[in-house]
Each structure stands twice: as structure tokens, then as C-alpha cells.
Design a protein around this ligand. Structure first.
Ligand SMILES: Cc1cc2nc3c(=O)[nH]c(=O)nc-3n(C[C@H](O)[C@H](O)[C@H](O)COP(=O)(O)O)c2cc1C
Length: 160
């Protein structure tokens, strides 16, 4: 009973939606929908992202040491949904989504995002079934004005 309430309360925490871009030490680029993200330092500017340990993209994040956060807008629910599935890197796209290679980190930057951050991993912490990566912001771009997609805009959820 109390467990159910814990789950319900945890589900009320609001999140923005991003595609985390990763590139493994072997050069494989990929990405996945992520909402467990937060800024945690002003100086230097640092963010955390929690990545489930049993995901393929966790291995790429672990070996590559970098990631990008690609910000999704309120009209991009379908894109967010696509990146919750394992996707192949095919002809310079991830699941058909084009990307360029970040100059600061080499992490993939997805064209469809309205903004992105490139981050270098400077620390990490075990968190049960996830690893929390601390990333230092190395570069940023704002490509168009937009509002970020959040879990308040869609029935998609992660948490509890
Ligand atoms: C709304 C939503 C948010 C998600 N947020 C996260 C997250 O913050 N961290 C994470 O590791 N997985 C998250 N996921 C799960 C991944 O997007 C999903 O497991 C993806 O398939 C992982 O890619 P991979 O299988 O290629 O490694 C989320 C899924 C959904 C539906």
C-alpha cells in the first residue's frame, strides 16, 4: 500500500524530455529518450543524467566518456517515442534521425532538436539500476525558440 503511494508520489515529479546522444569508444553513435536530467552546478556548469545499466546506450556512454542532450519541443512526442526503442545507426542516422558530430566532444547532435548541450563526463555514481553521470557542459546551441516537451504534455512517463 505504502509502496503504491511512493510510486504515485514519485510519478508527480515533473521532467523535460531529451534525446541523450552517445558515442562509444568504437565510434558507434546512438541516442535514447531521457528525462532523468538536471543541472547541478553553476560554476562550472554541470548536469546529471541517469542511465539504466542494462541498456546498450549505457555501454556506449561508459566507453565514450561524453554525451549530448538534445532538447525536444512540445510538438515532438512521436520523436520522443521513437527514441524509447533500441535503434540502429544506419547511413549516418539513428533510426532515420540525422545528426552531426559535436565539435567539442564528438557526441551526436540531432538535427531535429531545438537546442543541445555537449558534455564531458567528469564523474559518476552508482544508483541502483541506473548510473548517474556528471557532465560538464563543453558547448551549447539554441537553434530555434521552443518550449521543451515535458511529461505534463504526454501520457509517456518514466518514474515511480
Ligand atoms: C518517457 C521516458 C523517459 C525515459 N527516460 C529515461 C532516462 O532518463 N534514463 C534512461 O536510462 N532511460 C530512459 N528511458 C528509457 C530509454 O529511452 C529506452 O530504454 C531506450 O530504448 C534505451 O535505448 P537502447 O535500448 O538503445 O540503449 C525513458 C523512457 C521513456 C518512455
Amino acid at each position: 500500500m505504502e509502496g503504491q503511494i511512493r510510486t504515485e508520489v514519485l510519478k508527480t515529479v515533473p521532467y523535460g524530455f531529451y534525446i541523450t546522444g552517445v558515442i562509444g569508444a568504437n565510434g558507434e553513435a546512438n541516442g535514447f529518450t531521457t528525462c532523468w536530467v538536471s543541472q547541478v552546478s553553476f560554476e562550472p556548469q554541470q548536469v546529471v543524467v541517469a542511465v539504466r545499466k542494462d541498456q546498450h546506450t549505457h555501454d556506449l556512454m561508459e566507453s565514450g566518456g561524453v554525451f549530448s542532450l538534445n532538447f525536444l519541443s512540445t510538438d515532438q512526442e512521436e520523436l520522443a517515442r521513437k527514441f524509447t526503442e533500441p535503434l540502429d545507426n544506419d547511413a549516418g542516422t539513428v533510426g532515420g534521425s540525422a545528426y552531426t558530430t559535436g565539435e567539442a566532444t564528438g557526441a551526436p547532435l540531432f538535427d531535429e532538436a531545438f537546442a543541445h548541450l555537449e558534455c564531458r563526463i567528469v564523474n559518476k555514481m552508482e544508483a541502483g539500476d541506473h548510473t548517474v553521470y556528471l557532465g560538464e557542459v563543453a558547448s551549447a546551441a539554441l537553434k530555434r525558440p521552443a518550449d521543451i516537451l515535458t511529461d505534463l504534455d504526454t501520457p509517456m512517463d518514466y518514474g515511480g
